[in-house]
Ligand binder design. Structure first.
Ligand SMILES: Nc1ncnc2c1ncn2[C@@H]1O[C@H](COP(=O)(O)OP(=O)(O)O)[C@@H](O)[C@H]1O
Ligand SMILES: [Mg+2]
Length: 193
C-alpha cells in the first residue's frame, strides 16, 4: 500500500508551477501529508529543494500545514508548499497580508514578505530569514517574541486593520532579517478581506 503513494523516481522538475500542480493533485487525492512531502523531495531539482542540508526527505522542514524548501538557485527565498487545504488558505492569507501591508512601512517591516505565488496558491515564495534553533532559545528571545506581538497589536489597532495576526506568534514562527525580528508564519491570521 505504502508504495502506491510514491511517484516514479526518474521524474524530476525544476519548475515551480509544475510542482504546484502535482501537489494540488496530491491534496485533492487526499494523499497523507508525509507522502506528499516525500514525493516533493523525490521529484524536485536541487534548484528548488536545496542541497539537503536544510531539510530533506528524512528531516523535512515543515509546520502543521506547509512544507518549506530552501532552494539553491535563489538563496534569498524559501518556498512554502501547502500540504493541505488549510495550507493553501495560509498561503493566500500571507500573500494578501503582504499586499495589504505594503503601503504601511512599520507593518511591512515586521513580516517576512511574500514575493510570489503559483497560480493555484499551492506554493508561495517568501523572503528567507534566519531562524534560531531550539538549543539557542534564551529568556531574552522569549521576551523579544512577546514584545513583537505587542508591537503588531498596536499597529493593527492604529491603522484599524481588519485582521488579527497575534494569535499564532510564538518562538517557532519568527526569524531574523539581519538583526530585526520578523514574523515568518502569519498564515493563520484572522482576516476580513
Ligand atoms: N521565511 C522563512 N525563512 C526561513 N525559514 C522559514 C521561513 N518560513 C518558514 N520557515 C521554516 O519552516 C517552518 C514551517 O513554516 P511555517 O510558515 O511555520 O509553516 P506552517 O504554517 O506549516 O506552520 C518554520 O518553523 C521555519 O523553520
Ligand atoms: Mg508555523
Amino acid at each position: 500500500m505504502q508504495n502506491s503513494y510514491q511517484v516514479n523516481g526518474d521524474y524530476e522538475t525544476n519548475d515551480i508551477e509544475t510542482l504546484s500542480k502535482f501537489v494540488e493533485e496530491c491534496i485533492r487525492g487526499a494523499i497523507p501529508t508525509k507522502y506528499i512531502a516525500n514525493n516533493v523531495y523525490l521529484i524536485s531539482h536541487p534548484d528548488l529543494k536545496g542541497d539537503g542540508s536544510q531539510g530533506n526527505d528524512k528531516n523535512p522542514i515543515w509546520g502543521q500545514t506547509r512544507l518549506v524548501l530552501f532552494p539553491m538557485k535563489t538563496e534569498s527565498i524559501v518556498y512554502k508548499i501547502a500540504i493541505s487545504g488549510i495550507g493553501i488558505r495560509a498561503n493566500k492569507s500571507e500573500y494578501m497580508i503582504t499586499q495589504k501591508f505594503s503601503n504601511i512601512p512599520e507593518a511591512i517591516n515586521l513580516i517576512a514578505k511574500i514575493i510570489d505565488k503559483t497560480s493555484n496558491s499551492v506554493i508561495i515564495s517568501a523572503k528567507r530569514l534566519k531562524t534560531l534553533p531550539k538549543e539557542e532559545w534564551t529568556k531574552e528571545y522569549g521576551k523579544e517574541v512577546i514584545a513583537m506581538k505587542e508591537k503588531l497589536r498596536k499597529i493593527q489597532n492604529k491603522h484599524k486593520l481588519p485582521i488579527d495576526m497575534t494569535k499564532d506568534i510564538h518562538r517557532f514562527n519568527v526569524g531574523y532579517d539581519d538583526d530585526i525580528m520578523k514574523v515568518i508564519d502569519y498564515g493563520l491570521t484572522k482576516r476580513k478581506f
